[in-house]
Design a protein around this ligand. Structure first.
Ligand code: MG
Length: 217
């Protein structure tokens, strides 16, 4: 009996999160803001990719904001802040993911009328975020070749809920003896029509294609 209650409570939490995520996106659209959330393991390059996209968009006059999710600290917050864009830092403490409620509160601190694009960087994790949509137009998941060629197939649920997969640090593929086409093939097996973009965020490579896939070209 106790187990049944647990399961129902879990389902309620997920349903409430989904509803709030939909409300978040409606709220953003009512202010003409497009939103993209970014998942990926620690060290995959999420922050650097967003920084690169923000710089390109800024140069075009597109106004960006960022919600930086991390378990602790303000390292990513300070990196985004250095680009001169509005940033909200969200520390989740013991939680391994952001949820729509945390994003709702972070959005309250942003002036949405002064933004065109909002990026949300999730906590570094490829499991927990799968169940918690945040309210974005597109969900992007980043893997890097330095994590090995099995990162996509090991995380089918998150890959299945993603709209774009980014394979980062592509310049290191040969040194790591990783064939990035394996990651592309695995992505296609999980989610047949998903775009897979190869990037080297440090070199700025592939970010133009990524923007195109996000509908921001
Ligand atoms: Mg980061």
């Amino acid at each position: 009996m106790h187990m049944v209650c647990d399961v129902e409570l879990g389902a309620d939490i997920l349903a409430a999160n989904k509803k709030l995520a939909e409300r978040n996106l409606q709220h953003l659209h009512s202010h003409d803001v497009k939103c993209f959330d970014v998942q990926g393991a620690i060290g995959s390059g999420k922050t650097l990719i967003i920084e690169g996209l923000v710089e390109i968009l800024k140069a075009r006059g597109t106004r960006c904001g960022v919600i930086a999710g991390d378990v602790a600290g303000d390292d990513d917050y300070r990196r985004f802040n250095a680009h001169g864009v509005p940033v909200i830092n969200v520390n989740t403490g013991k939680e391994c993911h952001l949820d729509a409620h945390l994003v709702d509160h972070a959005m309250e601190k942003l002036n949405l009328d002064e933004l065109d694009v909002l990026f949300i960087e999730n906590v570094g994790n490829l499991v927990c975020p799968a169940d918690f949509p945040l309210g974005s137009d597109k969900r992007m998941t980043v893997v890097s070749v330095t994590e090995g060629d099995d990162m996509v197939r090991k995380h089918p649920v998150l890959m299945g809920t993603s709209d774009i997969i980014v394979v980062n640090k592509i310049g290191l593929a040969e040194a790591m003896e990783v064939d990035p086409e394996v990651l592309r093939r695995d992505a296609g097996a999980i989610n047949p029509h998903i775009p897979v973009v190869f990037t080297d965020a440090r070199a700025g490579q592939g970010l133009d294609i990524l923007l195109e896939k996000l509908g921001l070209a």
